[in-house]
Each structure stands twice: as structure tokens, then as C-alpha cells.
Design a protein around this ligand. Sequence first.
Ligand code: CAA
Length: 385
Amino acid sequence: MNPFVGETERELAGAVADWASSKGLTNRIPAAEKEGALPPDLIAELGRLGVLGMTIPEGNGGLGASAVAFALVLEELSAAWPSLAVGVAVNSGIVASSIIRFGSAEQRKRWLPRLTDGTGLGAFALTEATSGSDAASLRTTARRDGDGWRIDGRKQFITNARYAPFAIVLARVGAMEPQRTSAGITAFVVPLDAPGVSIGPSEQKHGLRASDTSALILEDARVGRDALLGEEGKGFAIAMSGLDGGRIGIAAQSVGIARRALEVARAYAKERRQFGRPIADFEGLRFRLAKADSDLSAARLLALRAAWLRDRGRPFTREAAMAKLYASEMAQRATHAAVQILGGNGYMRDYAVERYARDGRATTIYEGTSEIQRIVIARSLLAAA
Ligand code: CAA
């Protein structure tokens, strides 16, 4: 039982869990992780099933599901295959919500179907080589050119760029000098077949290897007037509020990763015999599992609380940051405990817990490091009356 979850939400998550186990993903994951790409047929199927459009309102061709349902679905996808969950989280989370909330009717009509048709996954391009945690220091520029815009810059570590129909790109209109400022930062919807846009080589990552991460290069990239997302100069707030929602998704991913690693560890501990009995009989191990299970539940509740607030139109910036901070750090402990419980077998690839530990490592980093979450929480805490 969970006070934040209704029957429909539970059913949706259950359906996605059933889908994931019926697809025999475990047999496909090793090859896809080695190749560094998500299988297009799975993306197409998630599109057909409505999962890619689940956060999109029914009027725009989606399922109109709640943020709570989306968090539960991301937990299930992540438990099944973290790399797949990341691609869906970016597409149906920060990218979809930015278009829904800030796009014109024309932009919603043009771009939302591209996020749901299963032919690709949308991308969000904020980070640059010299602008990571300090997002407001970004150097990509946009200048007016006749009826449209010309954008110049190099975005780094962009999830899905290789298969995206478009990316939301944050660029600065006007100069950053003399002072570092978020003023002038503007959001654009950039079709990735626009002139001057190219994709850099795929990064070789520690984990999440089937989720492509590439640079997005904009060299005098020409986009039309209709590429402007929201108001000129309001892009930083668009990015930050998008990240608020995205952070709930990372918390949910962390919960899924930790849950699956602990499920494997629990099953192993009951089977594996040493010193004449199952290792699950040893109190050291039992206490470790008990603590990990309690932390897992707490993390899920934090993620669902933030999603529940979001569904009710209430502020959730601080709660999303808390959920991401707690859940991502919990996932580090849980996956490392799982590797340790499996011992030598945990260090080998056969049981997959080593992959969950590698995949889970990203959760304390992307969509804002743990340190950034602490900044967000502390600012909100200290600003409160
Ligand atoms: N919602 C709406 N507006 C917000 C906001 C929010 N959550 N947070 C800040 N703003 C607004 C502020 O109100 C302020 O507006 P005004 O100038 O009008 O007053 C403006 O934005 C600037 O705010 P700050 O002064 O707080 O900005 P800052 O420079 O101090 O930065 C920060 C704040 C929290 C450190 C921010 O830079 C940050 O979150 N950094 C981390 C970046 C990040 O998460 N990157 C992830 C990359 S994307 C990714 O990983 C996706 C992927 O592919 C998986």
C-alpha cells in the first residue's frame, strides 16, 4: 500500500512491468549494452503501447497519465533495463513537459507526435564543456537572422541526440559579459536535420552504455522563427523547472535500479550456501538487507511525494531535489551491497548486479549532482519564513 498511488496508476505500472518481463529483455541487454544502442523495435513498441506519450495530455494524443504514474513506470523500466529507462525519462519527461508547458499550439501539434511515434526519442541540450553544474554560464549563442535564428555552440553529454528528431537547446541571446548571468538564456526547439546541426561521436561510458550520449554541434545552425520555445530570455527558468520534473524521474530510476539489484541479492542469499547453511541465515547479511529495504521504501516515498505535489500543481522543487538526492545515494549503497552479497559472482557479469552498480552511478550526477541538490534544498530551506 502506498498513500500516493491510486488504482489506475498501479495498473499502468503493473502493465509496464509485465511488458518488460514478457520481452525477454535479459537476453537482449548484453548485446545492446555492448553495441551502445537501444533496439529500435523496443522504442517503436513503447510508442505503440502509449508509454512514450504517457505524460502527454489526451488532447495532444497522449495518455494524460499523472506524474505519480510516470514515476512508477520509470521505476519498472529501470528495474528491467536502466539504459532504456533513461531514454524514456528524457523523452517523456523533461522534453515532453517543456513542449507541453511552454510550446505554442503549433509547436505542440508539430513536435509532441514526434515524441510518441516510436521513431526516436527527444533530447534536451543544456550542458557544455565549461558549463555543467553552473548551467547559467553556458556559451552557446543565438542571434536573430532575418525571420529566424542562427545558433552556434557545442552541447555535451546529450542523451538520445543520436536518435532524436529534435532537441531543446538552451542558448544565450546577447552577451554574457560583463557579469555571469542567466539573463538572455533562451530555449529553442531545434530539428536535428536543420542546416548546421551535427552529432559528435558517442561517449564511452562507465554505465548506461546502451543509452547513447553524444555531443550536439551547432555551427551557424539556422532555425526558423517558430523554433523559439517560450519567451526570449526566459530559457533558464524553462530549463530549471524542466529539471525539477526530471529529478523525480531520476529518483524513480534510482529506486528501480536499487530494487532489482536487491531482488537479485535476496534470491542469491537464500540459495547460496556457505559454512553449511544459506548465507541469508547470517545476521550481518540480514541486517544489511533489512536496512537496504527500508532505505528503498523511503526513497520511493520521497519520489512519489514530489510527483504527487506536481500532480496537484503545488511547488515541488525542494521535494524533487530531496527525492533525487536521497534515492540516488541510496542506489549507490544498495547496488554495492548487492555486489558484496554476491561476492565473486557479484563482480562478474553473469548476475548483472555489477551492471546495476555501474548504471546506478550516474544517478548522483546527471540532472544535477548531489551537491547541486543540496544547494537547491538549502536555498529553499533558508528562504522559508
Ligand atoms: N524553476 C523556475 N525558475 C527557476 C528555478 C526553478 N526550479 N530555479 C531557478 N530559477 C530561476 C530563478 O528564479 C532566477 O530567476 P530570476 O533571474 O528571474 O530571478 C534564475 O532562474 C536564476 O536562478 P539562480 O540564481 O538560482 O541560478 P544559479 O545560477 O544560482 O543556478 C543552480 C542555480 C541550482 C545551481 C542551477 O544552475 C542548476 O540546477 N545546476 C545544475 C544543472 C543541471 O542539473 N544539469 C543537468 C543537465 S541535463 C541532464 O543531465 C539530462 C540528461 O541528459 C539525462
